[in-house]
Design a protein around this ligand. Structure first.
Ligand SMILES: C[S@@+](CC[C@H](N)C(=O)[O-])C[C@H]1O[C@@H](n2cnc3c(N)ncnc32)[C@H](O)[C@@H]1O
Length: 220
């Protein structure tokens, strides 16, 4: 790989890659590239907001020293699979309520020992707090009206003091009447009021229009 970005994250040309934890296996049809005896999986920024965050200039990589992640809204596991590559000795608890998506996560977790799918509603963190324990990082990607409230409920429940977080904010799910920037401003205010420090905000367009990635640190 041409350029080492962060532990486990690489760039070649315009492509962004993680080291494949399961060589030879694709998760969502992504490209596999071998180099120097290591196999890499390309992160598709059109499919993964984490990829879009880096491609769109995100500079703060909030996974340093992270061993445990609570991932809200795992979908079929596209991004969770890259986190699984990034944290081979970590644990990633992935909450998802759609039975279909959960089935895909379950199948993925059988091949990746650091993934722990939980079928639950992210609005009820008390249902899975005992499973995930206290975590180093809280990642959220759910398209729901009360995204910030959901994030804060989970933060209070499970994120360690000074833990890091990524909130993929879908502004159109919050309101259709206000501008995306106004929604972002209100979300930032709500998070700050809770004592969170917003470290970075990245617009994910054109990959995910109306989405912003907010990198934050939890209060102490
Ligand atoms: C945008 S998709 C996730 C894509 C995924 N994060 C990725 O990058 O691979 C949002 C997911 O959140 C799930 N979701 C939405 N509301 C939820 C809730 N209240 N509880 C649990 N999952 C929810 C949806 O079923 C959907 O799979």
């Amino acid at each position: 790989m041409d350029l080492f970005l962060e532990p486990g994250l690489y760039r070649r040309g315009s492509g962004l890659y993680t080291v494949n934890l399961r060589p030879g296996e694709k998760v969502y049809g992504e490209d596999l590239v071998s180099d120097g005896g290591t196999e890499y999986r390309r992160i598709d920024p059109w499919r993964s907001k984490l990829g879009a965050y880096v491609v769109q200039g995100g500079r703060l990589w909030p996974f340093e020293r992270v061993r445990s992640v609570l991932y809200l809204g795992g979908g079929h596991g596209t991004t969770a699979s890259h986190l699984s590559d990034l944290l081979p000795r970590g644990s990633i608890h992935v909450v998802e309520k759609s039975p279909r998506a959960f089935g895909a996560l379950l199948a993925l977790s059988e091949r990746r020992e650091n993934l722990f799918p939980i079928m639950a509603d992210v609005q009820l963190p008390e249902r899975y707090r005992a499973d995930c324990g206290e975590v180093d990082h809280l990642y959220q990607d759910v398209s729901q009206r009360g995204q910030v409230e959901i994030y804060l409920e989970n933060l209070r429940s499970a994120l360690k003091p000074h833990g890091t977080g990524l909130l993929m904010l879908k502004t159109r799910s919050v309101t259709q009447t206000e501008t995306p920037r106004a929604v972002l401003k209100q979300a930032s205010r709500d998070l700050t009021q809770e004592g969170c420090e917003i470290l970075e905000t990245v617009d994910l367009a054109p990959f995910s229009r109306g989405h912003f990635a907010l990198v934050l640190r939890a209060p102490g």
